[in-house]
Design a protein around this ligand. Structure first.
Ligand SMILES: [Zn+2]
Length: 268
């Protein structure tokens, strides 16, 4: 950290300074636990130091007993929350974009993968997950969404480009790895600043966006420089009065309550 300037965050700091009196919620979703887990633990430490719970999307078939035990311990200490990230993180599509829960899979196959993945992950962590499903590549079909409701899942988390659904959902709005590859840290700060301003404006207008800023991380892609920058970002978000770190599952509960109220309204 020493010698690393944090002025790359100035646009985000300005957006937070300009924000509403009520803080905007933030969450940090890290995908692909089960792969390169030696890089996951330092990220958990970075978030914990700022008092932020890291939302970990774990690949059920890739979580080893050792990783499952570590995840369970960290969840017990409220340092992380564990969500289900597909079943195997395998692409089943013959053409087009990668998808584990895509149109190439029948409803029966998807249901089997959802429940087998949940059973595997709960066995690995010796307890329940949050009930939030994070589809690999942030993609699934409307069939998947229907199955999540039938099978008792609590919520879904994809990205903001995904199709709309009435199922409770909390979406990420920025991808650390893509943004840093495309435009470095200024691209991250710019994207997050835009997200803060959109949410601040949307809160008044009821624009239907997830009322939170969600940043997607992939620990396997994070080097030392990324972690240093994340320390700076978390330091800003954790202590700025315009921001508040809220676990994804709590946001999902709020989304569920809001959806329930909307459904009630639509019946009257
Ligand atoms: Zn993934």
């Amino acid at each position: 950290m020493t010698g690393v300037r944090s002025d790359w965050l100035d646009p985000l700091r300005a957006a937070l300074d300009d924000g509403p009196s009520l803080p905007v919620a933030w969450f940090f979703r890290d995908d692909d636990a089960g792969w390169a887990d030696d890089r996951l633990w330092p990220l958990v430490e970075v978030c914990a130091a700022a008092g932020a719970t890291l939302d970990v999307a774990a690949i059920p078939e890739e979580v080893t007993p050792a990783t499952g035990e570590a995840l369970s311990r960290l969840a017990g200490e409220a340092m992380i929350a564990i969500h289900q990230h597909g079943r195997s993180h395998i692409n089943h599509e013959a053409t087009g974009r990668s998808c584990e829960f895509g149109s190439a899979r029948s409803a029966d196959d998807q249901a089997t993968d959802l429940t087998a993945g949940r059973d595997l992950l709960e066995a690995a962590i010796d307890g329940p997950t949050t009930g939030v499903f994070v589809p690999p590549w942030n993609r699934c079909t409307e069939v998947t969404v229907g199955l999540l409701a039938e099978l008792g899942f609590a919520a879904l988390s994809r990205d903001e480009s995904a199709f709309a659904t009435s199922f409770p959902e909390v979406r990420i709005c920025a991808d650390w790895t893509r943004l840093t590859h495309e435009g470095g840290l200024p691209a991250v700060a710019g994207s997050l600043a835009c997200a803060v301003r959109r949410r601040a404006a949307g809160r008044a207008e009821g624009d239907g966006l997830t009322p939170a800023v969600g940043l997607m991380l992939h620990h396997a892609q994070l080097g030392a420089a990324d972690l240093s920058a994340l320390v700076q970002l978390l330091d800003l978000v954790a202590y700025h009065p315009g921001a508040e770190c809220v676990p994804l599952a709590s946001l999902a509960s709020m989304a569920g309550a809001t959806q329930g109220a909307a459904d009630d309204d639509s019946r009257t």
